[in-house]
Design a protein around this ligand. Structure first.
Ligand code: PXL
Length: 282
């Protein structure tokens, strides 16, 4: 009987270089434009092995102005996912997206404290349209208190930059730079504060600050309306690049060009917003 070559056979092809492993701890957004689905597409596009632990299920409601229906995953089920993941792999690079409740934050903060991954990219998702305002405030407080200090890289959008910096408004790149400095001082993390379509002018400008160096990342603005999933894609691409060994500024630049291509190649649907398409990055 002919013998099948085993992996150890001298005839077996050489194994390719193992990809970097990157974990996202994020919510599911069912239409695939944002959340964990977007993170996994970005990881694949960036050439890393993506893993996801789900924190909540978001289902937009087309009968109610596309508001978010938000269902948290049981804390024990989040713990179980993280247990399986960290038994299978040593996780050195994590991206954190929507957490959604103080109970989820407690689980994730505990896991971060136990496993101390080298790189923690935090997309500080503060608001979900479907959440009850009181609960959202508690969640925001818990995120600032328990997750932000563990982040090594933070990617706040315009609204999140105002909330995290304590500034009353951000109207210019100078304001955004001040916000990035304040968020760095509060967290110690590298900050990529996103101006996106929110600041006046023809370009989408983001401010990078690593504690000593400020860099303004600029790309042409594509339309005036934010595209669903752009923030998730940027943070996931930063995590992927850091996971592959890039330095923070190079990771930010590569992520910015991926997200710009993904916005250019966006997909429209029957929902009132377009979704980014990572595959357009080529
Ligand atoms: O884009 C922010 C975001 C992140 N994560 C989930 C979401 C959204 C926005 O809808 O649903 C799960």
């Amino acid at each position: 009987m002919a013998q099948l070559p085993s992996a150890a056979s001298p005839d077996a092809p050489a194994a390719p270089d193992a990809p970097a492993v990157v974990l996202t701890i994020a919510g599911s957004e069912a239409t695939g434009g944002a959340g964990a689905q977007t993170d996994l597409k970005t990881f694949q596009q960036s050439g890393v092995f993506g893993i996801a632990a789900l924190t909540c299920i978001v289902s937009f409601d087309p009968k109610n102005d596309w508001n978010h229906r938000f269902v948290p995953v049981e804390p024990q089920v989040i713990t179980d996912q993280l247990e399986a993941i960290s038994a299978a792999y040593t996780i050195e690079t994590v991206k954190i997206g929507m957490l959604g409740t103080p109970a989820t934050i407690e689980v994730v903060a505990g896991w971060l404290a136990e496993h101390t991954p080298r790189t923690v990219v935090l997309d500080p998702v503060l608001i979900c349209k479907g959440q009850e305002p009181g609960a959202a405030l508690d969640t925001d407080q818990a995120l600032k208190q328990h997750i932000l200090p563990r982040a090594t890289f933070v990617t706040p959008n315009h609204f999140e930059s105002i909330q995290l910096s304590g500034m009353t408004d951000i109207d210019s790149v100078e304001d955004l730079t001040e916000a990035a400095r304040r968020i760095h001082d509060a967290s110690g993390a590298v900050v990529l504060a996103k101006g996106g379509v929110r600041l006046a002018g023809d370009s989408a400008q983001d401010v990078f600050f690593d504690g000593s160096h400020v860099d303004i990342l600029t790309a042409p603005k594509i339309g005036d309306v934010a595209v669903s999933g752009a923030g998730c894609t940027l943070a996931a691409a930063v995590a992927a690049e850091l996971g592959k060994g890039a330095d923070p500024l190079t990771a930010a630049r590569t992520a910015k060009s991926l997200v710009t291509a993904a916005i250019q190649g966006r997909v429209s649907s029957n929902a009132p917003f377009d979704a980014v398409w990572q595959g357009a990055a080529g």
